[in-house]
Design a protein around this ligand. Structure first.
Ligand SMILES: [Zn+2]
Length: 457
């Protein structure tokens, strides 16, 4: 598993904030600590600076004298959630009506601002960590822009979630290349062909500061006319990319729609497999054996998502391709869940669904038979372990960062409460409260109704 890979240390990607040493005691109605065990009633969590120093039921944990008491009465406390597959720099569903128009009209500089805004929308809803798997544009890859968003948040000059950034490292005409219109000029080093060009592209992304090298071994769903089962990379090319990522102590995330791609990813030593589309029992067994986490990205496959794409101007042949993939995705999820593959929540949010509604993904999992507790773990413990942050994050335990979300409701009874902004009463990252919607409080990261839709056409 990613956690015991000594060469991979993404935690070094951001500086640890200074420990101010303030002690805060957080109390609530229930605690889901992320480990999957019984819910703890009347929990008390003692936080010093950024980290949790004690946690347990009331009466069993000593409250330090002089500590600040933060009571989120009636709420269920869960670990800060993570979306392991998102594209905050995608041109763009929240502010433009047509994503193709946005790709021509919006400068990279403006889109970078929207990336931050998109990330903040997720943060406001309890997503304290996002793994952004990159983007391209007519003026080059977006790796530097996304790294700058990450770094400005880490520096504390802007509020937002902790981010890991992926740099696109793919072949000419790959699925990820075709996120841009086919006729759009590609300026800059957007693609590579053959192991040595791809090594150089990976190294360039790493130079720019990516945490993850993102690549693509098969066709995809949401782009152009390419079939999802085409081959997007040779074994030699994929081996080279994963080798470069690992040489720099970083991870490799591989987009795989087919079993052919999944097998190549296993052979190349991929750290995560992205998407659940096609599968067979033998390859599922191989993924399980290799211990590679998989992100489902199923919200992206729903009828609602397809309808959103229609409204954003996506071509009909793409929409019908998405619809044809849908039953395969759902079946693969059920088979992989049953087989015990480690599932790390990822939405592929970008075009759709809208930023902040990431927990919709968990509703899809529960609808397909996953228990609500397991669904929560895909976005907490499993997610943290999948992206190499399991030592510091993913559960509410002594020693870990105090990334905690207070939910007014019981997500085990109704997973949909996680999608309701009015139910997300508090979002804490590293011991600091960023959103506070308890009765009598109204702190939000993104101002409520403080932004508007822009439309050039
Ligand atoms: Zn993606």
């Amino acid at each position: 598993m990613a956690d015991n890979k000594q060469w991979w240390k993404p935690e070094a990607a951001w500086p640890t904030p200074e420990n101010k040493g303030k002690t805060v005691v957080l109390t609530g109605a229930k605690l889901i600590d992320g480990n999957g065990g019984p819910v703890i009633d009347n929990p008390v969590i003692v936080i010093k600076g950024e980290r949790i120093v004690a946690v347990g039921a009331k009466g069993k944990v000593q409250v330090p004298p002089g500590a600040e008491i933060l009571d989120v009465a009636g709420c269920t406390l869960i670990p800060g959630m993570m979306d392991c597959h998102i594209h905050t720099a995608m041109f763009n569903c929240m502010t433009f009506h047509n994503h193709r128009v946005a790709q021509w009209e919006v400068t990279p500089q403006l889109q970078q601002m929207y990336s931050l805004f998109h990330a903040q929308n997720c943060f406001d809803m309890g997503f304290t960590t996002l793994r952004d798997l990159g983007m391209n544009s007519s003026r080059g890859l977006f790796t530097q822009e996304l790294c700058a968003v990450r770094d400005s948040i880490n520096a504390g000059i802007l509020e937002g979630p902790r981010m890991l950034i992926g740099g696109f490292t793919t072949i000419t005409g790959s699925h990820l290349d075709l996120i841009q219109p086919r006729a759009m000029p590609r300026s800059g080093f957007n693609n590579g062909d053959g192991p040595y060009e791809l090594r150089k592209l990976a190294r360039t992304n790493l130079l720019w500061g990516c945490d993850v090298v993102k690549t693509c071994a098969s066709g995809g769903g949401g782009t152009d006319k390419e079939e999802p089962d085409i081959v997007n990379m040779t074994q030699e090319e994929l081996d080279a990319i994963c080798d470069e990522a690992h040489a720099f102590h970083k991870a490799a995330a591989v987009h795989c729609f087919t079993t052919n791609a999944q097998r190549k990813a296993i052979k190349a030593g991929a750290d995560t497999i992205e998407h659940m589309v096609y599968s067979d029992d033998e390859t599922i067994g191989m993924i399980k054996e290799a211990g590679i986490p998989v992100t489902p990205t199923l919200a992206h496959r729903t009828d609602h998502a397809i309808q959103l794409r229609r409204e954003l101007g996506t071509a009909e042949f793409v929409l019908s391709k998405l619809k044809k993939l849908q039953p395969h995705c759902y079946t693969t999820f059920q088979k992989m869940y049953k087989a015990g593959i480690k599932i790390a929540m990822g939405t592929d949010m970008g075009f759709e669904p809208q930023f902040g509604t990431n927990s919709w993904e968990l509703e899809v999992y529960v609808g397909l038979g996953m228990t609500p507790m397991h669904a929560i773990q895909t976005a907490t413990k499993n997610a943290a372990e999948a992206i190499g942050l399991g030592r510091d994050l993913g559960t509410i335990e002594t020693g870990k960062y105090a990334d905690i979300v207070a939910v007014n409701g019981d997500p085990l009874a109704d997973i949909r409460v996680l999608q309701e902004k009015k139910c997300i009463h508090m979002v804490m990252k590293e011991g600091k409260v960023y959103a506070d919607r308890r009765p009598g409080h109204s702190k939000n990261v993104v101002p409520v109704d403080g932004w508007k839709k822009i439309d050039y056409l």
